[in-house]
Design a protein around this ligand. Structure first.
Ligand code: ZN
Ligand code: ZN
Length: 183
């Protein structure tokens, strides 16, 4: 479930994307896997018989988790594009968080390297640290993990300080906001 903070718009070169309708402060929970998001197994998808192109297509509407299942988000969450310097990242708490302020009109991005897909996806995010080809390497290289952890930990310190549009939905889905000491 995606917070109602975004418009779906056409990007220049990546198909549709999510664009902030308003200023979104760092620490805002942007989305989470809710009970309406669909979970599919590799067998259900016929994944083993898929061509590389078909596996790539999957990335348009589903992502693969550590346990090997695929999640098809229930809403526009699927339009979030990849960036090697994403402004939204996953946490260990079952939700994804804005790791820096997102300006009104700015595109929201997620680091797909967090997923467990097994294709190679060219990247043209244009960030100085762009990996050029997204590979879904697990365990994630130490350096990348540190890069994410630093951002996520700093954003989590704000989780109880900023307005959380998904608060009620999180509660209904049994997800509790972590208490993080502000330092
Ligand atoms: Zn959902
Ligand atoms: Zn990139």
């Amino acid at each position: 479930m995606l917070a109602k903070l975004f418009d779906v718009k056409e990007t220049k070169d990546k198909g549709k994307g999510l664009f902030a309708k308003e200023f979104i402060p760092k620490g805002t929970i942007v989305c989470f896997e809710c009970k309406k998001c669909k979970s599919l197994t590799a067998a259900e998808l016929g994944f083993d018989k898929m061509s590389e192109a078909e596996k790539m297509k999957l990335l348009d509407w589903a992502y693969r988790k550590k346990d090997g299942t695929f999640v098809a988000p229930c809403d526009e969450t699927k339009y979030i594009n990849h960036s090697c310097n994403a402004n939204v990242l996953g946490t260990e708490f079952g939700f994804d968080i804005a790791v820096r302020d997102i300006k009104k009109g700015e595109e929201a991005t997620y680091d797909y390297r967090d997923f467990y897909d097994d294709v190679k996806m060219p990247c043209m995010c244009g960030e100085p640290n762009c990996c050029k080809v997204v590979t879904f390497m697990h365990p994630v290289p130490e350096e990348l993990k540190e890069f994410w952890d630093k951002k996520v930990n700093s954003a989590l310190k704000l989780v109880n300080k900023v307005k959380q549009p998904l608060n009620e939905a999180l509660r209904e889905n049994g997800i509790v906001l972590p208490i993080v000491e502000y330092q």
